[in-house]
Design a protein around this ligand. Structure first.
Ligand SMILES: [Zn+2]
Length: 245
């Protein structure tokens, strides 16, 4: 690690749980962030700031003025630009040490099977269930850890699936008929709610990459922002799960 890196990451290096060894693990890591909206914004910002070596950023969409209330990686100057380009501009300014690669396509099975074999963690920051289930399936096939987040109104959830072959997967949460879902564009979301969940996704990813703390396979954290209450639950593996069962 050079002098500039020792300075840049000094507050993180002070943590005995991180130290130089942990920082080098972050530098060697490759993370895929799918979705650069309200969740993906803090995820990408904190992972780049913390010094994750390579981020693959996927989003097909362009920045709209209605995004700026919560998608804090983008600014007014980026309206009508691809979110991937807008994000890479901001992230390169934040930490030129990191490598960024953008994919301006709707995520699909081909992209996932090309990328996942070399990715350490996938972070699902998308906003619809069919995409989430597609990402989950690929993560199970490639045994890639998945950190999944969702937020609506003032409620949010964070779940972690290690996908080592033993534990549950994201699909285990749903029976085949239970696929109705609300979206932010119909229901609304408070700005800070996506920030909290996205920031938690970043933190859990950093822990997984460094190999510290508790990141229980199949753990799910539920936030009720109105009541300021948190609930912890564990997803159970379904023997009839069409993906991991
Ligand atoms: Zn499953």
């Amino acid at each position: 690690m050079n002098d500039e890196q020792l300075m840049r990451y000094s507050r993180q290096l002070l943590l005995p749980q991180v130290d130089i060894e942990g920082q080098e693990k972050l530098q060697a890591a490759k993370v895929m962030i799918i979705g650069l909206g309200g969740l993906g914004s803090p995820v990408a910002l904190y992972l780049a700031a913390a010094g994750v070596g390579e981020l693959i950023l996927c989003d097909f969409d362009k920045v709209d003025v209605s995004n700026l209330q919560r998608q804090v990686i983008h600014g007014s100057d980026s309206i009508d630009c691809f979110k991937v380009d807008s994000a890479i501009n901001r992230l390169t300014d934040l930490n030129p040490e990191c490598q960024f690669r953008g994919i301006k396509e709707s995520i699909n099975e081909q992209i996932l099977s090309d990328e996942l074999p070399s990715v350490d963690v996938v972070i699902d920051c998308t906003d619809n269930l069919s995409t989430r289930l597609l990402i989950n399936k690929s993560c199970v096939i490639h045994q890639t850890p998945l950190v999944s987040g969702a937020a609506i109104r003032m409620e949010g959830q964070l779940s972690i699936f290690i996908n080592s072959g033993k534990g549950p997967c994201y699909q285990c949460l749903f029976s085949d008929t239970n696929t109705e879902q609300e979206t932010c564009s119909e229901t609304g979301v408070l700005a800070s709610t996506v920030g909290i969940i996205g920031t938690l996704q970043a933190q859990e990813t950093l822990k997984l990459l460094i190999g510290i703390g508790k990141s229980q396979d199949g753990s799910m954290l539920l936030m009720d922002g109105m009541a300021s209450e948190w609930r912890n639950m564990t997803v159970t593996k379904r023997s009839d799960c069409p993906v991991c069962g």
